[in-house]
Design a protein around this ligand. Structure first.
Ligand SMILES: [Zn+2]
Length: 489
């Protein structure tokens, strides 16, 4: 304030008077930069990453020169030596750091939480054999990263145990709620978390928790629904760690969601096993069935093995093949081919039986228009495993035996197309004077010209190398469970 009136004493002009307000500028608080936003503490920073700090002066304003506060930290951080209003620190070890900025007799603190968070469970590579199950840091450990739908009822479930390592432990109460988890579905089944984000049950939350897959209607329907999945750990909404795990079914249970897969005519068979249901999607056949009552062979093609002249007897679909429990185990080769086990054994059995299906088709084709003709000996096609066969077709006269002659002496001329004539052993076929065409001149059961026997040809097709299909086997035990390429672990 000043005035310029004359001085009463000296009559001269008055001197200007100045009043100065002394204001102390001090440290008010310290802020930290979270993305683009300045916040008050505590500051969260992953170890080895930097965080920016700034001192807010009190009062603030452009008219005040910037403070040059001194810094200190407990425990010590190396960046404390240079004074100034701005500071960037890069903690190397997880801890709770108390940083203090001091200027003009005033000071403020901020807590910097330098954290280290990683996934403890699951861990390791589930695709390699488990050799070190109890070592959390071992890549070879499979413990916890291979889970199996347990219980054989229609609501099987499996549980993944998840655990995070959160350091420093002293900040766990602050950090753990910011740790969240997501996990792949198994087919259409989403995991349920034992602890989840409020309002979102699909996101797990916390340090230790479980993700449970529970089906309401049997196991997942597709082989591809099982297998490798991913679990991701996020902090503050940002993914920071992930791990793979694998999901299996119980090989010998039968709680798959498919039909029984038991063929007609084998009703005493048990419902198909899980392995049959899933492997059949990989290396099977649409007309394959499970028949636990097949006693003397791993596989069977009933339209060949159980071939029958009788129209009233069972007529099997000529594409149908049957497999029993041994088709999922280990198969010793008869023809010197590869020894196969597990899913590759099943693939080999299917390959074998499909040769028989092919043989049926090829032999039937030789009968031409006669194949399947009702009321004739070819009604069921080429005969198999019958002492008296039907491996013949009429010559140019269109009739079996001698044309216009009662070859079998039953007072009916040219009646040899009827099964009863044939079964009575009074065949008119191939009489010396007939022009019938013999399709199996040596009566060995297979058409002339086939180089290999029925079984030999099927066995020669058993060329599948063991472990061809191992990456599609999600059975427990199985070739991806625990030890790789071992079908019975
Ligand atoms: Zn065979």
């Amino acid at each position: 304030m000043s005035s310029e009136s004359d001085c009463a004493e000296c009559q001269g002009p008055r001197a200007a008077t100045v009043t100065v307000a002394f204001v102390t500028v001090g440290v008010k608080r310290i802020e930290w930069k979270d993305g683009d936003t300045w916040k008050e503490g505590p500051a969260l920073v992953p170890i080895t990453q930097s965080v920016q700090l700034r001192v807010i002066a009190d009062p603030t304003g452009a008219s005040f020169p910037p403070l040059q506060p001194e810094w200190s930290s407990n425990p010590n951080l190396p960046e404390m030596q240079i004074p100034g209003p701005n500071k960037s620190v890069t903690p190397q070890a997880p801890d709770l750091y108390t940083l203090t900025a001091t200027a003009g007799g005033s000071s403020a603190d901020i807590t910097v939480i330098a954290y280290s968070i990683r996934m403890l469970f699951p861990h390791g590579d589930p695709t390699v054999s488990a050799t070190d199950w109890n070592n959390h840091s071992s890549d070879a450990a499979n413990e916890g990263n291979e889970i199996t739908f347990k219980s054989h009822n229609t609501q099987p479930k499996c549980t993944l145990t998840c655990e995070a390592e959160i350091l420093p432990a002293a900040a766990e109460a602050i950090l753990a709620p910011k740790v969240t988890w997501t996990v792949d579905n198994v087919g259409t089944i989403a995991a349920t978390w034992s602890s989840s984000v409020t309002g979102n049950s699909g996101i797990g939350q916390g340090k230790e928790l479980t993700a449970t897959y529970q089906s309401q209607n049997g196991l997942p329907p597709n082989n591809d629904d099982f297998g490798r999945k991913n679990v991701t750990l996020s902090f503050n909404g940002q993914a920071i760690d992930s791990s793979d795990f694998e999901v299996f079914y119980l090989k010998y249970e039968n709680n798959h969601p498919g039909p029984n897969q038991v063929p007609e005519g084998a009703l005493s068979s048990t419902r198909s096993k899980n392995w049959f249901y899933y492997w059949n999607q990989v290396c099977g056949d649409p007309h394959a069935f499970f028949n636990s009552k097949t006693k003397d062979t791993t596989g069977e093609t009933p339209a060949m093995r159980k071939w029958n002249y009788q129209t009233q007897g069972p007529a099997y679909d000529k594409r149908e093949t049957w497999y029993d429990t041994r088709a999922g185990e280990s198969l010793q080769r008869m023809m010197g081919g590869p020894l196969t086990d597990g899913i590759d054994c099943f693939a080999t059995c299917v390959r074998h039986e499909l040769v028989h299906v092919s043989q049926i088709q090829r032999a039937d084709a030789l009968l031409g228009a006669l194949n399947g003709q009702a009321g004739t000996i070819w009604e069921r096609g080429w005969s198999w495993n019958k002492a008296i066969n039907n491996h013949v077709t009429p010559g140019p006269d269109g009739r079996l035996g001698i044309a216009r002659f009662d070859d079998n002496h039953n007072a009916i001329i040219d009646d040899g197309l009827r099964p009863i004539e044939f079964l009575n052993g009074k065949s008119e076929f191939l009489a010396p004077q007939s022009d019938d065409v013999d399709l199996d001149t040596n009566d060995d059961g297979r058409p002339d010209g086939w180089m290999l026997g029925i079984e030999e040809e099927a066995q020669a097709a058993e060329t599948i190398e063991n472990h061809t299909f191992w990456t599609s086997d999600w059975g427990n035990p199985g070739k991806q469970h625990q030890t790789n390429r071992k079908y019975d672990d």
